[in-house]
Write a new protein. Structure first.
Length: 475
């Protein structure tokens, strides 16, 4: 569900830009052609300070680079070397549609945690086969069955809040969506097993807070339960034991077609004979897929509660809505517009990572084997030539077809693009709308801090503190 961090991919080579042929036709879907002379600039910043800013505050780096150099430039990063960063739709399109540029290698640093064979890591035919197996669980018609569970859980979590209490929007989202991701992965469980699974996932997520433990091998010291990595390993083993128990139950059921869930499909399609494959896929979905929606919701709550005009419009729209599941079917509501605008302004994954597996060409640029290109959602979605007032939170640009349009997917891709697009997008979009709508109806919140800088949270970029909110009186 995540595309990859800023670096940690093997090898690097340089690129010598070449001029675009004048005869190059415009790309499809309204994508303008790349610049006629792509002699792109290079960021002069480098060294440990640049590395730290790119890791912890990538938005600051991208904002300064866009203001000075536009939407495409080179930068140097560890392991990637001289990488091309771009938010130009034509170059983005040429990159993600080029079969010589692959995406799995941008996440290879996750192997110590996820192994060699989760969807995030796999490439080529193995990736296509795994995606084909998992995709039916995340289609619109499949995720609708979780609406009632999401709304019921949201109502229960919100009802526990007390006026004056300060809560994190991201943690609220995790608390609400945790039963859903457990049900999706493991299928229907009895009450005891459901509670056990939820406790395991919650503990696993809180194994450590510093994201550097994911990226730097020297920090991955086990030391029993005394080190963050040791706690993660112990919690992962606990999850694996739970998976073993569920697989044994599936074997006892033989080929019971009523056994739903990702785990059952992995078992039925032969991966039950190789349990490590299932371990890796399940932890990937639970640890990273679950959190993408939570961090996205933290941004959404931040933006909505900063602007009384936006919040008032939402309350008016939702005042007489009794069936929120039916309401969230529409993509033309103001609620849906708020979700899309928040994703545009603050995508939780700042860029994709593509590595050339052989010498190739992208939009007139020769690309050497090992070269990295980073299509950046942050740059593309703040391109002033495409999105008017790009730094403003303006849901009206998406409301009922008014204002800016996004007919070009290469100018708006918060969930990624192509074969490696986030498989959980339908579920995340639906849950964002449901939780926002229910919270506006049930609770009044106010921001504790009027401005929240972005910070790295595991693989994702979210608002500091997960958007702290103070609970007010009921609407």
């Amino acid at each position: 569900m995540v595309s990859g961090p800023p670096w940690f991919a093997p090898g690097h080579c340089g690129i010598k830009p070449a001029a675009m042929p004048e005869s190059t036709p415009p790309c499809a879907l309204g994508t303008p052609p790349a610049p006629a002379s792509p002699d792109f600039p290079e960021l002069k910043a480098r060294g440990l300070r640049h590395l730290a800013r790119w890791f912890y505050r990538p938005g600051e780096v991208l904002r300064a680079a866009q203001a000075r150099h536009g939407n495409t430039f080179y930068t140097r990063l560890p392991s990637l070397g001289r990488a091309l960063v771009t938010g130009e739709p034509a170059i983005v399109r040429a990159t993600v549609t080029n079969p010589d540029l692959v995406g799995g290698r941008g996440t290879r640093f996750l192997r110590p945690l996820l192994g060699e064979d989760s969807l995030i890591i796999l490439e080529g035919e193995a990736h296509r086969a795994r995606r084909k197996l998992l995709a039916p669980h995340f289609r619109n018609e499949a995720v609708r069955r979780f609406d009632a569970m999401t709304l019921q859980r949201a109502g229960a979590v919100l009802a526990r809040l007390r006026p004056g209490e300060v809560v994190s929007a991201a943690q609220l989202a995790r608390d609400i969506t945790l039963p859903v991701i457990v049900r999706l992965v493991f299928g229907k469980l009895d009450a005891a097993a459901q509670s056990e699974a939820e406790a395991i996932v919650a503990t696993l997520y809180h194994s450590f807070a510093n994201p550097l433990f994911l990226f730097l091998r020297p920090l991955q010291l086990r030391l029993g339960g005394l080190s963050p990595w040791g706690r993660l390993v112990a919690n992962r083993r606990r999850l694996n034991r739970f998976i073993d128990a569920r697989l044994d139950a599936l074997r006892a059921q033989c080929h019971d077609e009523d056994a739903h869930g990702v785990l059952a499909d992995l078992y039925r399609h032969g991966d039950g004979r190789k349990r490590r494959h299932i371990y890796h896929e399940v932890i990937s979905l639970l640890l990273f897929g679950h959190d993408t929606g939570a961090v996205s919701l933290a941004w959404l709550f931040y933006h909505v509660h900063r602007d009384p005009r936006v919040l008032g419009t939402l309350r008016t729209e939702l005042a007489d809505v009794s069936d929120l599941a039916a309401f969230c079917e529409s993509e033309r509501s103001f609620c849906a517009a708020c979700v899309r605008e928040s994703l545009r302004l603050d995508p939780v994954v700042m860029h994709l990572t593509r590595i050339a597996v052989r010498d190739t060409e992208v939009a007139g640029l020769p690309v050497a084997r090992g070269q990295a290109i980073l299509p950046s959602a942050w740059l593309a979605q703040r391109n002033p030539e495409i999105h008017a007032r790009p730094d403003e939170f303006d849901p009206w640009r998406f409301f009922d077809g008014q204002g800016d349009t996004l007919d070009n997917p290469y100018a708006f891709f918060p969930f990624g693009l192509g074969a490696r697009k986030c498989i959980g997008e339908p579920l995340a979009m639906r849950q964002l709308k449901l939780i926002l709508a229910r919270s506006v109806q049930d609770v009044s919140f106010e921001l504790v801090h009027p401005t929240l800088p972005p910070e790295r949270q595991m693989l994702l970029i979210g608002p500091r503190g997960g958007t702290p909110l103070r609970v007010g009186n009921r609407p």
